[in-house]
Design a protein around this ligand. Sequence first.
Ligand code: APR
Length: 237
Amino acid sequence: MLKFTPDTNVLVLTGAGISAESGIRTFRDSGGLWENHRVEDVATPEAFNSNPVKVWEFYRQRYQDSISSKPNPAHLALVKLEQFLGDNFLLVTQNVDCLHIKAGSKRVLEMHGSLANCICTKCHSKLAIKDIDLTQPIPLCPFCNGILRPDIVWFGEIPHYLNIIDDALRKCSVFIIVGTSGVVYPAAGFVLTAKLMGAKTIAINLGKPDNLAYIDEFYQGKSGDILPGLVAMWIGE
Ligand code: APR
């Protein structure tokens, strides 16, 4: 049975599935966001350039969903794991819903950005969404009147923190994936790097992820049901 000590170096990657039990819709499951919206209409720089009103409509709704949602037992289990491992823990999330931060995770990298912020396309100021007037069809920068965009990494853009993540993948001895379909790169390829560098790879997911071939231990089911028990076992509670 796998046991961690405070010296075990653990890297965790999460995706939309970890927030499903908090009421946040995933992307590719039945009823997921990409069932009712086309990626090309709402999640690319080209979509924003051609129809910013529509793109803002989509993210305004997602922002409202995120502020009204609460972390679930899987988010809280990762906080507990971080408290046990300290600096030997790093959480990388593809999620933009802020639920890891709301839960209390500190060592968290939001590689696809965050619904909590927006960026001015003209002066590049970063602003908290809570401080801007979201009733405008296209919110404008209070400093320069430029068009604001959500602080989200869209398809065709480069995710944040890739150098730090690459270092962490090479250093970790355990790589844990929670709630992601393993379809979207570069995140879907992290498991291969970790495995090639000698890490044990673990996944907790409702469906079988596309990169299952690189997973040593697969726990199939809801992360809110499974992860708290696994963390308790790993840290010897
Ligand atoms: N517990 C664990 N896993 C779950 C749960 C749950 N309660 N509910 C759903 N899942 C799993 C699904 O089986 C699926 O494999 O979570 C996964 C969600 O996959 P996606 O919807 O593809 O979400 P994700 O992998 O995070 O998407 C990656 O794609 O559209 C982009 O930028 C967006 O960050 C996102 C990226």
